[in-house]
Design a protein around this ligand. Structure first.
Ligand code: ZN
Length: 148
């Protein structure tokens, strides 16, 4: 799939809930994973491939996590670190995020899952959920650097 870049209106829309997990949903998850791998990203949200749905995937090197309709139930602490985004190429910036999050979502089998994440995993989850709200990391970033 093609990754859409900043300027495309789909990145600024609030994405819609997945009402039912279907074969199309799992096909989309597979395609998103392949797209993320090719782009060498650690996370991808459906709006980044032009799909207005609340689906994110994360792989920080500890296996693939797929979250459908993710909700943050609790969070705490705060940490600043450098982020980038496949939809905002050539730019990095420091973003303050919660240090840990507790998340609830559906998996591809439509089962409710919950987990607690911290470190990079928590950061990527928050970055990807922002995409579902139409928020890009550059909206939150300071000390922005242009790499190209
Ligand atoms: Zn992003």
């Amino acid at each position: 799939m093609k990754i859409v870049c900043d300027g495309d209106p789909v990145l600024r829309k609030k994405a819609r809930d997945v009402s039912k997990v279907t074969k199309e949903t799992t096909k989309l998850l597979d395609q998103m994973l392949e797209t993320m791998r090719v782009a060498q990203g650690v996370g991808l949200a459906a709006p980044q491939v032009g799909i207005d749905r609340r689906i994110i995937i994360v792989d920080i090197g500890e296996g693939v996590f797929e979250f459908i309709n993710p909700h943050i139930l609790a969070s705490g602490g705060s940490l600043v670190d450098v982020e980038g985004c496949l939809s905002v190429p050539g730019i990095n910036g420091e973003v303050e995020r919660k240090a840990w999050v507790e998340l609830e979502a559906l998996n591809r089998f439509s089962q409710k899952i919950s987990l607690k994440a911290d470190g990079l995993f928590a950061r990527v989850i928050q970055h990807e959920i922002d995409h579902l709200e139409g928020i890009l990391f550059i909206d939150r970033a300071r000390n922005i650097e242009y790499n190209d």
